[in-house]
Design a protein around this ligand. Structure first.
Ligand SMILES: [Zn+2]
Length: 95
């Protein structure tokens, strides 16, 4: 898995660059910002921090391993997997 294309994928499109954007190993559970599934501790994930729209807070987003793989597919022109990951979150919210 190549890291750079995955880090380049925009999680938020507000025209601002993230403050930090890197792969990290989680120390505690998080929720994936794309599929909204739980990410366990000790998993290698993409972590991004950015200033909130009003500039008041620092927002942190994590992207799980499965969504990172889907992003990697997306970078080579295959939109199916990443769409499916967003669909998971939509379904979870609808139920
Ligand atoms: Zn995910």
């Amino acid at each position: 898995m190549f890291d750079q294309p995955i880090l380049s994928y925009k999680l938020v499109c507000n025209g601002q660059d993230p403050l930090t954007n890197a792969f990290v190993t989680t120390r505690k559970p998080h929720t994936c910002t794309i599929c909204e599934e739980t990410i366990g501790a000790g998993e290698r994930v993409r972590r991004e921090t950015r200033r909130s729209a009003d500039g008041e807070q620092i927002e942190t987003r994590h992207v799980c391993r499965h969504c990172c793989e889907a992003i990697a597919r997306h970078t080579v022109g295959d939109w199916g997997p990443i769409s499916a990951r967003y669909e998971l979150a939509k379904k979870a919210r609808a139920s």
